[in-house]
Design a protein around this ligand. Structure first.
Ligand code: S3P
Length: 181
């Protein structure tokens, strides 16, 4: 199979936006599925870091969250020009500036749904690079995840496809890649 024969025919240029909480595996699965199906892969945080020549942690610290959300939304909108690609969004991307509606109009959105404990286990060793959780102790971290997830779920659930992460497997690529309508 090659990129052309597998291009998505949903009228949205074959753009797939992976959304969901930090630690839900957006970058991991996105990179893997893109490689399997010859799509281009982009990690929105990495796009911002490379444009700004700064880490996300530093950008948050120096310019603040409002600046970051504006910059993130601008970086996201540039994907209107790209075809046949998987974009791993940041954990908050879907929840600001009507980004979820924009993504739903521009491509296929896929929510990687994970529960708080799953997320906790995956982010606890990587807190340093994630400004929102950087200074939290384990109890605070779990509480933060539970609260934020509740707050964000209504945005995430606007996705076209909801994939529980516990059901993902290394050997089977989900239907939304193959069956593109
Ligand atoms: C954020 C998640 C991060 C990054 C930034 C803010 C969030 O992305 O965009 O730290 O608001 O949840 P990951 O989900 O890739 O960690």
């Amino acid at each position: 199979m090659n990129k052309m024969s597998n291009s998505i025919s949903n009228g949205h240029g074959g753009r797939i936006f992976l959304i969901g909480f930090m630690g839900s595996g957006k970058s991991y699965w996105g990179r893997k599925w893109a490689a399997e199906y010859y799509y281009d892969f982009y990690d929105l945080d990495e796009v911002i870091e490379s444009e700004q020549q700064q880490t996300i942690a530093n950008l948050f610290e120096q310019k603040g969250e409002d600046w970051f959300r504006k910059t993130e939304s601008e970086a996201l909108r540039k994907f209107a020009e790209k075809d046949n690609c998987i974009i791993a969004c940041g954990g908050g991307t879907a929840c600001f500036n009507a980004n979820i509606d924009w993504m739903n109009a521009q491509g296929k959105t896929v929510y990687l749904m994970a529960d708080p404990q799953y997320i906790f286990d995956r982010v606890m060793d990587e807190q340093e690079k994630r400004p929102l959780i950087k200074n939290l102790n384990p109890a605070e971290l779990l509480f933060f995840i539970e609260q934020k997830l509740k707050e964000r779920e209504s945005f995430y659930k606007k996705a076209c496809v909801v994939l529980p992460v516990e059901e993902l497997s290394e050997s089977a690529t989900p239907d939304f890649i193959i069956n593109t309508e």
